[in-house]
Design a binder for this molecule. Structure first.
Ligand SMILES: [Zn+2]
Length: 203
């Protein structure tokens, strides 16, 4: 594979990017001057150095001044309600809910949705981390907040089942967000009112 082909393959791995778009990105890069490509590659190298994944909720966060931190600002915040855990698919979903300003509990980034057909689910999501968290923390409620899609529904169903023993034993309520969302809605693109409505009407 030459460089153009290799780059195309890499862009194809980006979320929502197909072959044609991947090629357009590569052509775009070819049209840039040396300086802007160097800036881009430097930024890419910096990205891992300046960000970290939170040990608690698994979201990515920027390190700013503190270099040793293993927890993000939400998990470090003493004012958050640590009895509620909201589970979302990805970092961008968490951002949308944060922005709506109506949720003050903890988060857990699942890292994906559960594939409907595939058998090896543990690869797609952080199931063991979630189970440990549910077991070891003093939770009163777990809110499942996935997109209203067949895979989102499947993930909701799957997690309720997987967590059943622990939640029943510890008397933790499980609710689902989504009644306020319309079918096919991606959490990421929902506005504040929609998220607020969905949270208030969780069941
Ligand atoms: Zn965190």
């Amino acid at each position: 594979m030459n460089t153009v082909e290799k780059l195309t393959e890499i862009f194809k791995m980006f979320p929502g990017i197909g072959e044609r778009q991947a090629k357009r990105f590569v052509y775009f890069l070819m049209s840039r001057n040396q300086g802007s490509l160097e800036e881009l590659s430097n930024l890419l190298l910096q990205l891992k150095k300046e960000t970290r994944q939170c040990n608690e909720c698994f979201r990515f966060f920027s390190l700013k001044n503190e270099t040793a931190s293993t927890l993000c600002n939400i998990c470090k915040d003493p004012n958050i309600d640590s009895s509620t855990l909201l589970i979302i698919e990805r970092d961008s979903d968490l951002e949308s809910i944060q922005k709506s300003g109506i949720y003050n509990g903890k988060y857990f980034v699942l890292g994906g949705l559960v594939p409907i057909v595939e058998k090896n689910t543990t690869k797609a999501i952080r199931l063991n981390d979630l189970k440990n968290k549910t077991k070891n923390e003093n939770l009163k409620e777990i809110i499942l907040a996935f997109s209203l899609s067949p895979q989102g529904d499947h993930t909701d169903f799957y997690l309720r089942n997987e967590l059943k023993n622990i939640t029943e034993e510890k008397n933790i309520k499980i609710s689902s967000l989504g009644r306020g969302l319309s079918t096919g809605t991606e959490l990421e693109y929902s506005d504040n009112d929609t998220i607020k409505h969905a949270l208030q009407n969780r069941q």
